[in-house]
Design a protein around this ligand. Structure first.
Ligand code: FRU
Length: 330
């Protein structure tokens, strides 16, 4: 006997098909992202998409920042993060912000390479109604929702004071600076100079190593070839301090020089201090978890709970205190 479908059968098929199509459209443009979360769960079943633009992933500290963001976002079933890597290219990072605005993400997190060139695209996104959290390096003006980062001037000043004490108030120092068009480089420099002010410490050589270990190594080679006595290297980050150490080691002079840096990642700066390669490192927290915490509050309507600026603390690690977990900066 021939089996006949009921009269409503085609209607059900059409409705199911259109439901499936809608779901595909939603997953479409953001599907390149990592840290995806299931669509169900959270408040009212809505998923929020966050666009995260990282200025580069060539340094361990930035890989850690993305990992911290991903871990915090993965714990939230209604958050999805699309990560983009600008590969240290300012123009590429400008395009990231424009692309995020074009695809109407719910919120942008950016850790900008440089202040001036990224200020305008971020201001445009903010004016278009997309909340923007700026992480670690600052922009100019106030056209963003919230800035999160540690106080680089304070860290630089603490480094200067520690170096002044450790060298007994005098000595010959090399300063290897971070990218001076980025605000942490500027602040770690001015803070440091304030910290050593009035002492007998002489800066015999200074150079911009752009946060990069190979550049720091090259600059240190020049310093070593010009100066017979170098007491200490103050580098604006741990890769810089390590690059300087490698240059000194190649010249057989690493034992007579102290190396001080900033970042204090467990597998990098803290390990170098424990191994006796570096004399000290100052922690520079990534702010990844705090960014997701602020993003959640902004997206769920508790915007008033998020201040314009969130300042993170820092810790000092030296050979004497590294085994006890360092000490907090006052
Ligand atoms: C990584 C990095 C860190 C440094 C931070 C400053 O790109 O250079 O080492 O602390 O950026 O923005």
């Amino acid at each position: 006997m021939k089996h006949r479908s009921p009269f409503w059968y085609p209607l059900v098929v059409v409705s199911l098909l259109s439901l499936a199509l809608t779901a595909c459209k939603k997953a479409g443009p953001e599907s390149e992202g990592q840290g995806t979360a299931p669509l169900q769960g959270g408040g009212g079943g809505r998923t929020y998409t966050i666009g995260m633009s990282q200025c580069n992933l060539g340094e361990p500290w930035r890989v850690q920042m993305n990992a911290d963001i991903k871990a915090a976002a993965d714990a939230q079933p209604d958050l999805k993060v699309v990560f983009k890597d600008a590969q240290n290219d300012t123009l590429r990072q400008r395009s990231h912000v424009e692309e995020f605005v074009g695809s109407r993400v719910d919120l942008i997190i950016i850790s900008p390479k440089e202040a001036a060139p990224l200020t305008e695209p971020v201001a445009k996104a903010y004016q278009a109604g997309i909340p923007v959290i700026v992480l670690d390096r600052r922009l100019l003006g106030d056209q963003f929702t919230c800035f999160i980062g540690a106080d680089n001037k304070k860290i630089g000043r603490a480094a200067g004071e520690w170096i002044k004490r450790t060298l007994g108030g005098k000595g010959k120092v090399v300063e290897l600076k971070g990218l001076m068009t980025s605000t942490p480089g500027q602040d770690r420099h001015t803070g440091f100079r304030e910290g050593i002010a009035g002492s007998g410490i002489e800066i015999i050589f200074e150079a911009d190593m752009k946060w990069l270990e190979p550049d720091a190594r090259k600059e240190m080679e020049s310093a070593l070839s010009r100066f017979d006595q170098i007491d200490l290297v103050y580098a604006h980050n741990d890769p810089g301090a390590h690059g300087a150490y490698l240059a000194a080691k190649a010249a057989g002079r690493e034992k007579s020089i102290r190396f001080v840096g900033i970042d204090a990642l467990p597998q990098e700066g803290i390990a170098f201090v424990s191994q006796g390669i570096m004399a000290a490192t100052f922690q520079y927290p990534t702010g990844g978890a705090q960014a997701i915490d602020a993003a959640l509050k902004i997206l769920k309507g508790d915007k008033a709970l998020v201040p314009k600026e969130i300042t993170l603390g820092s810790r000092l690690f030296t050979r004497d205190n590294v085994a006890q977990g360092g000490e907090a900066l006052p």
